[in-house]
Design a protein around this ligand. Structure first.
Ligand SMILES: N[C@@H](CCC(=O)N[C@@H](CS)C(=O)NCC(=O)O)C(=O)O
Length: 202
């Protein structure tokens, strides 16, 4: 077995879960260095030297360089595997950008503020505004997933891994997904893949 990759993460970050999930699907060993966001671990100069934005996940690549941004890490780890097929690279870039620009903020923020930090109510207007944008993203996913089992093809790719965590945890931000049957089936399909791990698996 090859040397494990070093991953700086936190247990309940959806962005970090993407990396652990892909590593488990691909049987890539990881050595985790979990941080506590609330305790200010990310303010440490060591973290700033690895990612000037002081956010996790951060992965040490084989060249010794520290790589941040979950989409970049997924791309790096998936190279040469079925999760990054050459013929769908442009489609995968589309979904990675979609996830960061049109999806993740509208799911991660209400989850963080309502469920994790408990500083907002589900009915607060700013939380409703996040969900309004999030529903636009869900409609686009629903249309695509009504035509095929995974976002870009018949097989799972890093596009699915990128979009999965925050969609799966949407209820923690006050979302109701019953009007997205294709999205719900896709979530179940991903959970049934060999190597699937839940967010709280240590
Ligand atoms: N675009 C980044 C976002 C990373 C991110 O926001 N990570 C959160 C945890 S989910 C974090 O480190 N938050 C700490 C902070 O912003 O202070 C990615 O996809 O990796």
């Amino acid at each position: 077995m090859s040397m494990p990759y070093e991953l700086i993460d936190t247990q309940y970050s959806g962005n970090a879960w993407k990396v652990r999930l892909l590593s488990s699907f691909l049987n890539i060993p990881l050595q985790r260095f979990p941080q506590s966001i609330v305790d200010g671990d990310l303010n440490h100069p060591d973290i700033k030297a690895k990612n000037p934005l002081q956010r996790i996940p951060i992965l040490k690549t084989r060249s010794g360089k520290w790589l941040s941004e979950s989409g970049a890490i997924l791309w790096y780890l998936a190279q040469g595997s079925s999760f990054l097929p050459k013929e769908y690279e442009a489609d995968i870039v589309y979904w990675l950008l979609f996830e960061q620009l049109e999806h993740m903020p509208y799911f991660a923020q209400p989850r963080l503020q309502i469920h994790l930090r408990k500083i907002r109510q589900v009915t607060d207007p700013d939380m409703q505004a996040y969900r309004k944008s999030g529903h636009c993203a869900l409609k686009i996913m629903e249309e695509n997933l009504s035509e095929k089992p995974y976002l870009v093809s018949e097989q799972p790719t890093i596009a699915d891994v990128a979009l999965y965590p925050y969609t799966q945890m949407a209820d923690e931000g006050g979302y109701e997904l019953t009007s997205y049957p294709a999205v719900l089936k896709w979530l179940s399909r991903i959970q049934a893949l060999p190597g699937y791990i839940p967010i709280d698996q240590v």
